[in-house]
Design a protein around this ligand. Structure first.
Ligand SMILES: N[C@@H](CCC(=O)N[C@@H](CS)C(=O)NCC(=O)O)C(=O)O
Length: 210
């Protein structure tokens, strides 16, 4: 049985969305986004940094969202989401699966600057810098989407799950209007049933609280 440890709207949403796209059966554990829970002994035994996601599948425990994406593709995908070794789009697939983190680090910094850090310690300079870098990163996605609906010419793949989550995070801090193809891309993402199921807190999840 697969178990995903997840905080709603965090990077573990990528893994949850992947599981939903693949139609796999899994057990979902939702953790409160608090130091008490994430750094509590029960969760630290699974993830030494106390972060999400963490995915357990039998004797396999994985704790990087990009690695979880690749693992799920290699183990469970029939070719719909994966572009494996030898596929002509392999290099593009790999690039976008990991480019997603280039975007997410700026989004995570904006979460720190606007939610986690107490107001007097927030930095307008960091916020300006991070939102500009996020906007630049969105510009690269916009260019790539010229003449196509998804990042790869062959259509939707796990690259869109990876980058799609980062766009979902980015639009909370940076207006997408300057990137019209990203606006349409994000609309298409929101139409996917698997993405819809990855949003917010889920009543069917087991809750891990302090
Ligand atoms: N590169 C890692 C980043 C994991 C990460 O930092 N997750 C954040 C949530 S988006 C987290 O758990 N933060 C809690 C904390 O740092 O206390 C991945 O993609 O899985």
């Amino acid at each position: 049985m697969i178990t995903l440890y997840h905080c709603p709207e965090s990077r573990s949403q990528r893994s949850l969305w992947m599981l939903e796209e693949l139609g796999l059966k899994f057990d979902l554990v939702e953790l409160a986004f608090s130091q008490k829970v994430l750094r509590g002994p029960e969760y630290l035994a699974l993830h030494p940094l106390g972060r999400v996601p963490c995915l357990v599948d039998g004797d396999v425990t994985l704790m990087e969202s990009g690695a979880i994406t690749q693992y799920l593709c290699e183990r469970y995908d029939d070719g719909a989401l994966h572009r494996g070794p030898g596929h002509p789009e392999r290099w593009q697939w790999l690039q976008w699966v990991h480019y997603a983190e280039t975007m997410a680090v700026h989004g995570a910094s904006m979460v720190q600057q606007t939610v986690i850090i107490a107001e007097p310690d927030r930095s307008p300079v960091v916020q300006k810098l991070e939102s500009r870098r996020l906007d630049k990163a969105l510009g690269v996605v916009d260019q790539t989407l010229e003449g196509r609906d998804w990042l790869l010419p062959s259509g939707f793949s796990a690259a869109d799950v990876s980058v799609g989550y980062s766009v979902h995070l980015a639009q909370k801090f940076v207006p997408l209007d300057g990137h019209p193809r990203v606006v349409d891309y994000y609309r298409r993402i929101n139409e996917r049933p698997a993405f819809k199921r990855s949003l917010g807190s889920r009543p069917d999840a087991r809750k891990m609280r302090a």
